[in-house]
Design a protein around this ligand. Sequence first.
Ligand SMILES: *Cc1c(COP(=O)(O)O)cnc(C)c1O
Ligand code: SF4
Length: 345
Amino acid sequence: MITRSPALLQRPDREVRPLAIAASWQTQLSRAIRDPRELCRRLGLDDAWLPGAEAGHRLFEVRVPEAYLARIRPGDPNDPLLRQVLPLAAEGSPASGFVEDPLAEADHTPAPGLIHKYQGRVLLIASPACAVNCRYCFRRHFPYEENSPSRAQWQQTLDHLRGDASILEAILSGGDPLAASDRRLAWLVARLEAIPHLKRLRIHTRLPVVIPDRIDGALLDWLAATRLQRVMVLHINHPGEIDDAVVAACERLKQIGVTLLNQSVLLRGVNDDVDTLAALSERLFEAGVLPYYLHVLDPVAGAAHFDVPDDEARELVAGLREVLPGFLMPRLVREIPGEASKTPL
Ligand SMILES: *Cc1c(COP(=O)(O)O)cnc(C)c1O
Ligand code: SF4
């Protein structure tokens, strides 16, 4: 049991928050914590956590923006938000079945930065970077250098989309697509909307959650202007991630007519109980977001300590169904390489 000093419980960060919020999202992104020692120090973690944090950091670097750090309870190594971002020694232990490319995405890349696995929709790697590095990420070993196309290479991707009239939806993914500049994104969306058979633009992102100021005027300008129908899928795993600033960012998106959905990953020690999942759905709906998917963990090397067995996942969802209205139930799914869609459990 860790003893917490009252001083730590008072969240000393709060006094400096107005300053951090005044900074642009780009500044907040560039100032994200990228040093495991600083992360442990800022959160008042016992020194015993440091060697593991440094070992995990060497496998997949630490990255935590201040706006997210401010929602973590200092001095609590079991904080569900902290567990998502703190590297652990366990990440270095091999676990059977946990591999580098669990989704075999390397097999479905017809053009640079393009993944075409499912009928009617394609996934575009719009930015190799993320604003936060989530320890459970299935792309923690993704070869982004090979999938971070220049404008010239984008032409190949756009040609693929133009040449296949069955593609109705372009999904911007990453990394985090909203880590790219608005200039770059506006350029890409202008080219996408010029493809007549494309109907929808979908954006999968965690940026509005970890740096809510990302939803600023420059972003709303290009997102409001496109003829494409817009869907944003947020990635939120725990109700504690949704603070007032996140609710306000969602409100700005809703005002321009963006449909907001959420996908979560079922994570041991973060959201693996009915109460937390129910509170997450309730909190999402307060923010105007509907639950979409609850993914079981992809078996990526370094994340085995987050795994929740399938039987337990099914039981949790059955318990959730007893306490939530149907429209607040996420679909429990797994991604199986070679299947034509996500697979319901
Ligand atoms: C998950 C995924 C999609 C989107 O699937 P939906 O079921 O429509 O949300 C599309 N392409 C790839 C490669 C994916 O992994
Ligand atoms: S934001 Fe998404 S892609 Fe980026 S590290 Fe987290 S889970 Fe992975």
